[in-house]
Design a protein around this ligand. Structure first.
Ligand SMILES: Nc1ncnc2c1ncn2[C@@H]1O[C@H](COP(=O)(O)OP(=O)(O)OP(=O)(O)O)[C@@H](O)[C@H]1O
Length: 265
């Protein structure tokens, strides 16, 4: 046998593809004495097709990190990649286009358009791009989200959980490479929150959808494939196949480390 035997050749790609990457990202808000270094040389890789949760103490830089990864905010130093595209070299107009075509967003404020029906809100990213939704995908999404009999309702006629599910539908309708969610269950009761998290987990497992979610809640993080932990603007830890207990233990470790720091450090 020779090394060219396909049985013996190394697998062509054993590591998962990377959907997004931050490399040594620095982001400072304010100037002089009031300056806050929200990201302090933060580096992270988001594997494609996985559900990644981002956790850390309040003010550790979680929202800043996903805003940087999504190209929503500029950064002071470092690089951010979506797939192979370096966002830091793109003009603002091209970044906006990339966001529209390749990314989806679910934020705590649902940002639905009050005058549009649920169906129209879901289809909005495509409508804005002059496209129509694929009827089969639209149908599948609304069924999975339990919105089939609410499609003609306007946001004001929907519960908070239903509005949040419309926002998730809107984030997924264009089949984006990557979905960013910032505390998506923050405004939901625990049952609606659990249903939404199960849906996000299934979107990763069934469709290979890449999802990055910021959360404070160890139970929510336990739905993810992997949790990355931020402290003081850096990634300090990660956990695969998390449970609420293992997440809680890691978070307690982070808080203990911070308490050990001398005041003013
Ligand atoms: N627009 C801003 N102007 C000034 N400082 C900011 C701004 N946005 C964030 N910061 C500061 O940057 C740091 C990181 O903020 P960020 O919102 O990313 O943290 P977080 O981990 O998401 O916090 P939380 O869990 O409380 O939402 C904080 O110290 C915050 O006060």
């Amino acid at each position: 046998m020779t090394v060219t035997d396909p049985q013996l050749a190394p697998p062509p790609q054993t590591r998962p593809a990377i959907a997004a990457r931050a490399v040594d990202v620095v982001k400072t808000y304010g100037r002089g004495e009031a300056a806050v270094r929200a990201l302090d040389s933060a580096s992270v890789a988001i594997p494609a097709g996985e559900f990644t949760a981002v956790m850390g103490p309040s003010g550790s830089g979680k929202s800043t990190l996903i805003h940087a990864l999504a190209g929503l905010d500029g950064i002071d130093a470092g690089q951010v990649f979506i797939g192979d595209t370096d966002l830091t070299t793109l003009a603002e107009r091209d970044r906006t286009l990339l966001r529209r075509e390749r990314l989806g967003f679910v934020f705590q404020a649902f940002n639905l358009i009050p005058a549009l029906t649920a169906a129209e809100n879901i289809a909005l990213p495509l409508t804005l791009a002059g496209k129509r939704p694929d009827p089969a995908w639209m149908n599948e999404l609304v069924h999975m989200l339990g919105l089939a009999n609410r499609l003609d309702h306007r946001p004001g006629q929907l519960s908070g959980g239903q509005q949040q599910r419309v926002a998730v539908g809107r984030a997924l309708i264009a089949r984006p490479e990557l979905v960013f969610a910032d505390e998506p269950t923050g405004n939901l009761d625990s049952r609606s929150g659990a249903a939404l998290l199960a849906f996000l987990r299934d979107a990763a497992r069934t469709y290979g959808q890449t999802i990055v979610m910021v959360t404070h809640d160890p139970v929510a993080a336990a739905y993810a494939d992997r949790v990355v932990f931020l402290a003081d603007g850096r990634i300090v830890d990660e956990l695969t196949d998390p449970t609420a207990e293992t997440v809680l233990a890691r978070l307690a470790g982070l808080d203990a480390t911070r308490l050990d720091e001398p005041v003013g450090a």
